[in-house]
Design a protein around this ligand. Structure first.
Ligand SMILES: [Zn+2]
Length: 90
């Protein structure tokens, strides 16, 4: 499978990513998914494992749709810490 640099600008985000055409297909497939964290309408993509924690190296499999509010609240937190914080357990 050929790895290429792909320019992406789809109204949700823009930038250059390295991957295969599967990346574009994946982004297109999830574009209308609800927020992975609250189920509301999503308008951003989020790295489940933050890029600063190595999640950027995991590629598109680490990306989900998220609403801006959840994306900003999650920030660079590990997923479990974010979820526990939402229910007041940390
Ligand atoms: Zn949300």
């Amino acid at each position: 499978m050929r790895v290429v640099k792909i320019k992406i600008k789809d109204g949700i985000g823009s930038g250059v990513i390295t991957g295969t055409n599967y990346v574009l297909r994946y982004f297109r497939d999830i574009k209308h998914d609800p927020c992975a964290y609250c189920g509301g309408p999503a308008n951003t993509r989020d790295h489940v494992i933050p890029k600063g924690m190595g999640g950027g190296n995991l590629g598109y499999q680490n990306v989900v749709m998220a609403c801006r509010k959840c994306n900003q609240a999650k920030g660079n937190k590990p997923l479990l810490r974010f979820l526990l914080k939402r229910i007041g357990k940390v």
